[in-house]
Ligand binder design. Structure first.
Ligand code: UD1
Ligand code: UDP
Length: 375
């Protein structure tokens, strides 16, 4: 029997984390042939994930350049994929989420008339410039895709409102929960010396990540000034900030936050220590998409350093709050959660609107329905 060839294309850390459990499941699924292509829009941060999940891509376009523009990424990925698609002729290309790799890969597949399956489909903030360019990337990818793997009913409803036909949408849960549940362990031990030195039973850890393009500049300066104020006011907190590799983020972070004893600027962590650090944190401040999905599952309150979110489910559940990038609002909301136990308790409820750890199985079942294997 011939095999159904599925090509997964991704390029950044979050896509890799969220596609990894699917790739691993496809590798062992009878009747499927899995082929992995990375654009390497990210390099070190992508390789961290590939190593952890033991994924060896068949193709690696190695496109990352320091300070790359959206034009650089789009052109280099699109052109690089042409030859690979020509050679491999997959029956379906799977893309994930909303990065420039996602859009370029969808377009590359469309030009070859290859079916596109969109994992994490249907997220919408409703603002084309926030997050930028992710909101447009996912809308355009949705326009190309024939199969939409929506993580939640809300995401499905967004697609239905845009006229996507119902029988092409599968509500699967988010694969990030599959990855998370396989990674968080109660007895996990950190090897990073700064994390090893923290007494998690005595100190409250504030975990911070920020990298969004629209936060570069003044908004990021505000975020870091708010962190410095919190550090000054609360002696029992340790602020841990694994700084994104983007030089534009690093410059602002190091210039404002260096020299504070309990603010730890560390390199991006591998997913395993990072997920386990989330599980031991008191509060998470972030503009990341993925963290808004992971932290609620771990019962950790999240303050989102953005004006809007395409992930409203945990906001509705009360474990995630939008605080924007204003110094006072970040400081005051964090302070409230540090001094008011009731307020903290209300936010620190484990809720799981994004999945039950079985998203990959559902995606594979849908692919089976779609593939000629079922006929
Ligand atoms: C990209 C995605 C964003 C996603 C984020 C996850 C786009 C437009 N943006 O944004 O949706 O949320 O990844 O982190 O697709 N760099 C390194 N090493 C790395 C990774 C990045 O040095 O491993 C540096 C490079 O100088 C690179 C810069 O970071 O030029 C920015 O990377 P880029 O992928 O363009 O944007 P991100 O902000 O990472
Ligand atoms: N993450 C990680 N190491 C870190 C910071 C984040 O492994 O030092 C993980 C995190 O758990 C989540 C993903 O990276 O799964 C989020 O990536 P990022 O914030 O870069 O992108 P976004 O989710 O905003 O697209």
């Amino acid at each position: 029997m011939s095999q159904f060839k599925v090509m997964s294309i991704f390029g950044t850390r979050p896509e890799a984390i969220k596609m990894a459990p699917l790739v691993k499941a496809l590798e062992i699924e009878k009747g499927f042939k899995s082929c992995v292509v990375v654009t390497a829009q990210h390099r070190e941060m992508l390789d961290q994930v590939l190593n952890l999940f033991k994924i060896i891509p068949q193709y690696d376009l190695n496109i990352m350049q320091s300070g790359q523009s959206l034009y650089d990424i789009t052109c280099r990925a699109l052109k690089g994929l042409e030859e690979i698609l020509e050679q491999e002729k997959p029956q379906i290309v799977l893309v994930h989420g909303d990065t420039t790799t996602t859009l370029a890969a969808s377009l590359a597949a469309y030009y070859k008339k290859i079916t596109v399956g969109h994992v994490e489909a249907g997220l919408r903030s409703g603002d084309s410039y926030s997050p930028f360019p992710e909101e447009m990337n996912r809308k355009l990818t949705g326009g190309i895709a024939a199969l939409h793997f929506a993580p939640t009913q809300t995401a499905k409803d967004n697609l239905l409102r845009e006229g996507v036909s119902e029988d092409s949408i599968y509500v699967t849960g988010n694969t990030v929960i599959d990855a998370l549940l396989a990674t968080v362990k109660e007895d996990f031990e950190f090897t990073n010396p700064q994390l090893k030195a923290i007494d998690f039973s005595q100190k409250r850890v504030l975990l911070v990540t920020t990298h969004r393009r629209e936060n570069l500049g003044q908004p990021m300066e505000n975020i870091f000034k708010a962190l410095a104020l919190l550090h000054e006011q609360f002696e029992d907190i340790e602020i841990i900030f694994p700084v994104h590799k983007n030089p534009a983020v690093r410059e602002i972070a190091y210039s404002i936050l260096t020299g504070h004893e309990r603010i730890h600027l560390i390199e991006p962590l591998d997913y395993e220590p990072f997920a386990n650090l989330m599980a031991r944190s008191y509060l998470i401040l972030t503009d990341s998409g993925g963290l808004q999905e992971e932290a609620p599952a771990l019962g950790k309150p999240v303050l989102v350093l953005r004006e809007n979110t395409e992930r409203p489910e945990a906001v509705v559940a009360g474990t995630v709050a939008l605080v924007g990038t204003n110094i006072e609002s970040i400081f005051e909301t964090s302070k409230g959660l540090l001094v008011n136990k009731d307020l903290y308790g209300k936010m620190a409820q484990a809720v799981n609107p994004y999945g039950d750890g079985k998203a990959c199985l559902r995606i594979i079942d849908s692919l089976k329905d779609y593939s000629p294997l079922s006929s």
